[in-house]
Unconditional design. Structure first.
Length: 281
């Protein structure tokens, strides 16, 4: 009996070592939230005058294997226009059209790490004349990495599987991302510390979810890079989001940004406690 327990212990150590030390560290680190926001002020030609004209080079659905599709992409594009103040409220107000043309769109659907990459041309055109008022080319890509076995799996094996199923690692569906016909997004985003501009992160064990995560992050990165390019071209500085902390450091940062004529907004202050509790030793 003791030899069996020893064998289980050895197997447990082997399982735990499958995920590297650095991987386990990265999985514990919370993501860095976006501290910049983009908005078009009233009076600007693009303020509430832009609609999504068309998206080319991207299928409406993905069928056999996973690939970013318009059912996923177009809602993100429309949400960006709405959040930035560019979305036209009616067809008459839509003087400009946002055209997106994917000249390269690739995804991997078999293996451990799933890659989703694209190159897209973003154009804002005057709808009646066809005049191009803004154009940029954006490269985007994200690698949804496969974590593999970790300590939780080792504990599950020793504890007779009460905390999980360590043998799920051999499930073939973990290494195949099927087509996303319905256009749904991942159940949760990949673990990527750098937010929308991250190039890699750790995805779910399920191949279907991990494939969606790769596409989800790639599309968000593509839109974020388009916004950054538009901000620079139109000389519209990004709005800096500051925490609701009234201390000397934050106040000094507010003053510095005000001198540079950079707009500042505060975080969701309702989530902050009214008064910090003192630590009693």
């Amino acid at each position: 009996m003791r030899w069996l327990l020893s064998l289980v212990a050895v197997l447990s150590v082997g399982l735990a070592s499958c995920a590297s030390h650095q991987t386990m560290i990265e999985l514990q680190r919370p993501p860095l939230k976006n501290a910049l926001a983009f908005s078009v002020p009233p009076g600007h030609p693009f303020y509430q005058t832009v609609t999504v004209d068309y998206v080319a080079g991207m299928s409406q659905h993905s069928f056999l294997f996973a690939e970013a599709n318009q059912r996923q992409f177009r809602p993100k594009l429309a949400r960006m226009l709405e959040d930035s103040g560019m979305l036209a409220p009616t067809p008459i107000a839509a003087r400009y059209g946002l055209q997106v043309e994917f000249v390269d769109l690739n995804g991997s659907s078999i293996g451990g790490n799933f890659e989703s990459r694209s190159r897209a041309i973003y154009r804002i055109v005057e709808r009646r004349s066809g005049r191009v008022d803004f154009q940029t080319t954006v490269d985007a890509g994200f690698s949804a990495r496969f974590v593999g076995l970790d300590e939780r799996d080792a504990v599950a094996l020793v504890g007779l599987g009460f905390l999980g199923d360590p043998f799920d690692i051999i499930n073939l569906s973990n290494y195949i991302a099927p087509g996303n016909f319905g256009g749904g997004d991942a159940a949760w985003p990949a673990h990527a510390r750098e937010g929308d501009l991250a190039t890699s992160g750790y995805g779910a064990r399920s191949g279907f979810v991990r494939g969606q995560q790769a596409d989800f992050q790639m599309m968000r990165q593509s839109i974020a890079k388009f916004v950054l390019a538009l901000s620079e071209d139109q000389h519209l500085p990004m709005t800096v989001i500051l925490p609701c902390l009234y201390n000397a450091d934050i106040e000094a940062q507010k003053a510095e940004l005000a001198q540079r004529h950079i707009r500042v907004v505060e975080d969701d202050c309702s989530l902050y406690p009214r008064k910090a509790r003192p630590i009693v030793y």
